[in-house]
Structure formats: structure tokens, C-alpha cells
Design a binder for this molecule. Structure first.
Ligand SMILES: NC(=O)c1ccc[n+]([C@@H]2O[C@H](COP(=O)([O-])OP(=O)(O)OC[C@H]3O[C@@H](n4cnc5c(N)ncnc54)[C@H](OP(=O)(O)O)[C@@H]3O)[C@@H](O)[C@H]2O)c1
Length: 380
């Protein structure tokens, strides 16, 4: 990513700065200063790009972070070559931005029945990386991750009793940061009997340091009918909001589908990724038919997709959906599925939060582009 330098000689008058911008058919473009670091650029009411301000070494820099018309890394040279003027004014800040200080637009959200609010379509998964943080440095990185996530208006964090100490770590960090009310905490129950289920769930309340858990799902179909009965009682008692079931195994899909037909759920959580699309054949359509919300685990195939695309430049079509990284390509593919899923990528670094939450913004791929994305990944 390169930056264009904002220089005083470009000033076009009081409160305004002018740049030359490539690939703009008619100017000027209005750029409204936001409360935070981002600017939403509109031309004739149509979004053209995001501008991200950076102050570095006392120099005001700018960087285009999203575009629909091919304007990417903006260097002053290329700016000056091109035709139209870019004018920064104090007017016309879209309400979209006002509601999201520090973020570059409202996050795309989805509904889960019972959740009581809209939830951004990108959350955090806590398997592995939250299981056993060693020392202050690792814990600090997790704290910074959650802190940045909340700052960017993320809500959903997914965990499970089987993820080592993840529930405990999450409970501690959420309490320290004082952000419990801003989060939607999802955990699971994965045991073999009613008695064990009740005990494990009570432990989750303790470890997560909360009186109400937003969502509990039966993990990988274990003792699913008994555990769902417990969860429904808890929901009726107001101790949890949302009841679900998960799997991430192809071998369970048949049984999972049968369970979806006989049980009433609020949400399912299944594995889906650009290179792992089996759930799109029957399970996701069935969720839509049954009115169940969808959460997606393993959206990167546990890092497999990064390996497959390592060293490759983003394809041209990535700019059509405003994707500036492979992570955003992979996530935009998922959240554009018609079932409007919420993906929970594993994230233990604050920079991943910035990257991944950017995928929860328009534009998303349409059906034709989704097919091209599939063909691309299948051909690797
Ligand atoms: N049956 C179930 O219920 C079930 C099963 C599996 C998973 N899950 C849930 O799904 C969540 C996601 O699965 P997962 O964490 O195993 O795998 P994943 O989300 O497919 O991949 C996560 C890994 O991708 C890398 N990554 C994340 N953001 C990145 C970015 N912006 N750029 C580059 N690399 C990035 C990280 O690798 P590094 O950390 O190595 O950098 C991270 O550990 C789990 O945490 C868990 O909550 C549920």
C-alpha cells in the first residue's frame, strides 16, 4: 500500500484542499471530514472511495483504502497526471459515517432470532490462539485484539469449553476492558449427558464472568437433543438469548441436516470457505428455509486459503468488491452468501481485526462474481 502526500500547495481555499484524481469522470468530488480518521468520498451521491488520513512525521498523508473505479494506491505523481479535482470540504458528511467514528462506514449486519439486535457479519473465533496465552505479551495481544474489535463496533465473539482456557481468558479480558455490554458472547456445550451439560454450562457462566450468555450452541452434535432441551430451558429463563448447533465435519452433514429438520433452532454454525463449499449445497439453503440464522466457522480453512494464495497478487476483480487483502476476499465471499452469515475468523492480532472487519462493508460480490471467485480458487 502506498500513500499520497497531502501538500499545502494543493489548498484550494479556506477549509478546502484539492488533488488531482485519476479515473474520475467528472469532478469535483466532495470529501467530508469525519470525526475519526476516515473520509467517505462521494461523487454525485455515489460512493467512489474511502480516504484514510494518517499523520506521520508531522506530515499529513492520505491513502485510498477502497474504491469502485480502480483508484488504488494513490501517489502524488499519478494524481497529478489524472484529470479531475478532489476537493475536501467540511460539508456533507454522510450520516453513515457520523454513526461510526473511527470506522470507515457502518458494518454490514445480520439478524439472529432472539439476539435482540443486529450483529456485524464478522466476529472473532477463539479456538487455538486463546487456548493458552503464555505470559503478559501474548495476553496483551489478545487484549488489544478485543479492544480494537470493540472500537470498530464488532460484537460477536465465539468460544467453547473445549478451546483450552479460551472461555476463561475471554471472560477476564472482557471484564478488564469493561466491554461486556458491547459484545455478543457465543459459546458451546459439548458433552454426553444432561448432567454433564448442566455442569459445563454453569462453568461457562463462571469463566465468561457473565450472568447472561448471548448464545450457546451444541458442539458437533454431541448429545444434541438432550443438550438442546437444556438450552431451551435456559433461554426461557432468560439466561441465554440464542440456541444453536454446530459442526465442522463433512461426515456429520447428513445427521446435521436431519437434526435441522426435527429441531427448532435460532442459529446454526458450520464450516464454509471459498474452497470448502459443501454446506452451500443443502445445509445453508435448509437454514434459510427453516428461518435459522447462520454463523460460519473456519472461514479461512484454518489458514489453508492463505497458504493457497501466498505470494499471489489480488485478482483484478478484488477491486470490484473493495477488497484490499486476501482475507477480505475470502470473507466477502462468505458474507455475500444469500443466507447472510456471520463469519467468526480466528483473530489474535489487532491488525487482523482492522483487516477482517473491512470485509463487513459494501460492496459485496454478486452471484456472477461469486462464481468467478470459486473458479479462481478451484484453479489454484
Ligand atoms: N465445530 C465448531 O463449532 C467449530 C470448529 C472449528 C472452529 N470453530 C470456530 O471458528 C473459529 C474460526 O476457526 P479457526 O480460528 O480455527 O480458523 P480460521 O478462522 O479459518 O483461520 C484462522 C487463522 O487465519 C489467520 N488469519 C486471521 N485473520 C487473518 C488476516 N487478516 N490475515 C492473515 N491471516 C489471518 C490466523 O492465523 P495465525 O493466527 O497463524 O496468524 C488465524 O489463526 C474458531 O476460532 C472457532 O471459534 C468452531
Amino acid at each position: 500500500m502506498s500513500f499520497g502526500r497531502f501538500e499545502p500547495e494543493h489548498a484550494a481555499g479556506e477549509g478546502q484542499r484539492t488533488f488531482e484524481v485519476g479515473d474520475v469522470r467528472s469532478g469535483p468530488i466532495q470529501v467530508a471530514p469525519s470525526i475519526g480518521e476516515y473520509f467517505w468520498i462521494c461523487q454525485n451521491g455515489i460512493d467512489v472511495a474511502f480516504l484514510h488520513w494518517l499523520v506521520w512525521n508531522n506530515d499529513l498523508m492520505f491513502q485510498f483504502t477502497q474504491t469502485r473505479n480502480g483508484v488504488w494506491a494513490m501517489e502524488r505523481r499519478s494524481l497529478l497526471r489524472a484529470g479531475a479535482a478532489l476537493v475536501l470540504t467540511a460539508a456533507g458528511l454522510p450520516s453513515l459515517l457520523r454513526a461510526q467514528p473511527g470506522a470507515n462506514a457502518a458494518l454490514i449486519t445480520a439478524r439472529i432470532p432472539g439476539a435482540g439486535r443486529e450483529l456485524p457479519v464478522i466476529g472473532i473465533g477463539t479456538a487455538r490462539r486463546y487456548a493458552d496465552p503464555k505470559g503478559d505479551a501474548e495476553l496483551a495481544a489478545l487484549r488489544a485484539t478485543i479492544s480494537r474489535f470493540v472500537e470498530l463496533e464488532g460484537q460477536v465473539i465465539d468460544t467453547a469449553p473445549s478451546y483450552g482456557r479460551a472461555e476463561e481468558v475471554l471472560g477476564q479480558l472482557v471484564q478488564e476492558l469493561g466491554v461486556r455490554d458491547r459484545l455478543f458472547l457465543a459459546t458451546k456445550v459439548g458433552v454426553s449427558s444432561r448432567q454433564e451439560g448442566v455442569a459445563q454450562i454453569e462453568q461457562s457462566f463462571v469463566k465468561l464472568r457473565t450472568n447472561r450468555i448471548d448464545m450457546i450452541a451444541v458442539h458437533n452434535l454431541r448429545d444434541v437433543d438432550n443438550q438442546l432441551a437444556i438450552l431451551r430451558d435456559l433461554k426461557a429463563a432468560g439466561r441465554i438469548r440464542v440456541v444453536g448447533a454446530t459442526t465442522s465435519f463433512d461426515s456429520q452433514y447428513g445427521a446435521f441436516e436431519a437434526m435441522m429438520r426435527r429441531q427448532a433452532l435460532d442459529v446454526i454454525q458450520v464450516d464454509y470457505a471459498m474452497d470448502n463449499r459443501k454446506v452451500a449445497e443443502r445445509i445453508l439453503p435448509l437454514a434459510q428455509e427453516r428461518g435459522f440464522a447462520v454463523m460460519i466457522n473456519l472461514p479461512f480453512g484454518r489458514g489453508r486459503l492463505f497458504e493457497a494464495t501466498k505470494g499471489r497478487p489480488l485478482p483484478d476483480w478484488a477491486s470490484e468488491i473493495g477488497a484490499r487483502s486476501w482475507a477480505q476476499v475470502f470473507l466477502k465471499y462468505i458474507v455475500s452468501h444469500p443466507s447472510r452469515p456471520i463469519a467468526v475468523p480466528g483473530m489474535a492480532q489487532a491488525r487482523y481485526v482492522d483487516d477482517n472487519l473491512s470485509a463487513a462493508h459494501q460492496p459485496l460480490p454478486d452471484a456472477a462474481l461469486r462464481r468467478r471467485m470459486e473458479q479462481f480458487i478451484d484453479a489454484l
